[in-house]
Ligand binder design. Structure first.
Ligand code: HEC
Ligand code: HEC
Length: 322
């Protein structure tokens, strides 16, 4: 082989290698990009809930559909039990189907379960009651109420094929490591202005068009109350890192997610319905954790010091698990 030919062929080889590595780099980038699109990435979840086309006909299918509708527009389909402007699906994305966004199928197969929050074994319906009381700032539907039955039927159907009583990849939110620096209000404010305010508003109140909530409120009177799971900084940081900004999962650094979760939960929201007459006693009993800012002084104000809950819970709720 002549020297020129050999040089040419090694050049072609070099070009080939360069091209191949370019292709592998771009395909890794593409994979990163597509995996960055939703919360399911980084959860290891492989389970696929059935598609809506597979909802069975007849009364059972109708109840499943009702459960899905309640998830998507809770103030409309479960009005009696809702005290704010949120819907379940604002926090359980894709109508409760999305892995890494506390999907209902993963929850359903893991109840009944003990919950430290109320110190007893909770059935699935009792778990759902808690969502209405805290996340929806409303009141718990009585056990067996059509609203709870529909949500249970929908969750049961989504879980088709999953083994019961077995942890499943994709449950809850992927857990963030503890932050390198303690979560901080001022750093969180900067993250909020850059990555959240566009949709949720500078004042955290969200946005509506013609009465419909397009971007849900993060704090204030129309948001989740002080007793909600999202009110814990760790839950909020985990949720935000995997799910927000909407459509840009995992784009914030873990530190940014912790900081903005702190900032979000350092604002006023509806009173904890378990209110014991003062913010100090309520904090001591229900918020004795570094992850809750309830009863803490932020910018010179004690959070949660807003008096008794505005929405009075129906009297017959007293026996219901908190
Ligand atoms: C403001 C956000 C928010 C809203 C609104 C909300 N949830 Fe949740 N939900 C959470 C968070 C956060 C958790 C995890 C809480 C925890 O670990 O304490 C959770 C947990 C759950 C669980 C248990 C998940 C598991 O794997 O154990 C179920 C079931 C559930 N929610 C259903 C609902 C339903 C039904 C609604 C509407 C009636 C609703 N949620 C409204 C934030 C929300
Ligand atoms: C592009 C618009 C957009 C941006 C930017 C965005 N969000 Fe959201 N956010 C949404 C939408 C839409 C939902 C409801 C999702 C659904 O219903 O499917 C939501 C839901 C939420 C929720 C749960 C519901 C509630 O109101 O409590 C929280 C918490 C949240 N976002 C926090 C954040 C934070 C923090 C940031 C910035 C890091 C952020 N979001 C950026 C659009 C956005």
């Amino acid at each position: 082989m002549s020297i020129i030919l050999r040089a040419a062929s090694s050049l072609i080889l070099a070009l080939f290698i360069a091209l191949a590595s370019l292709i592998s780099i771009t395909s890794t980038l593409a994979a990163d990009k597509s995996s960055a699109l939703n919360a399911a990435a980084h959860t290891g979840a492989t389970f696929q809930p059935p598609s809506e086309a597979d909802i069975p006909p007849g009364p059972f299918g109708e109840t499943i559909r009702m459960g899905r509708d309640i998830m998507l527009d809770t103030p409309k389909h479960a009005a009696r039990f809702v005290g704010n402007n949120l819907s379940c699906a604002n926090c359980h994305l894709d109508a409760g189907r999305m892995a890494g966004s506390a999907p209902l199928w993963a929850a359903y197969v893991n109840f009944p379960a003990y919950r430290a929050k109320n110190g007893k074994i909770n059935t699935y319906q009792e778990r759902l009651q808690g969502c209405f009381r805290f996340s929806m700032n409303g009141s718990a539907p009585p056990l067996g109420d059509p609203v709870l039955v529909a949500l249970e039927a929908y969750s049961f159907w989504l879980a088709t094929g999953l083994p019961v009583n077995k942890e499943v990849a994709g449950r809850g939110y992927p857990k963030l490591e503890k932050p390198a620096q303690a979560p901080d209000f001022v750093r969180g404010q900067v993250v909020y202005a850059a990555h959240c305010a566009l949709c949720h508003g500078a004042n955290g109140a969200g946005q509506r068009t013609t009465g419909r909530v397009v971007f849900p409120p993060l704090w204030g009177d129309d948001s989740y109350n002080w007793g909600a799971g999202m009110g814990s900084i760790n839950n909020a940081a985990n949720f935000i890192h995997a799910n927000m900004p909407y459509g840009m999962s995992y784009s914030l650094t873990p530190q940014e997610a912790w900081d903005v979760a702190y900032f979000m939960n350092a604002h006023e929201r509806p009173q904890d319905p378990r209110w014991l007459g003062s913010v100090e006693t309520t904090r001591a009993k229900f918020h004795d954790s570094a992850m809750s800012l309830y009863g803490q002084t932020i910018n010179g104000k004690v959070l949660g010091n807003t008096g008794a809950p505005k929405r009075t819970q129906p009297k017959d709720q007293a026996h219901i698990a908190p």
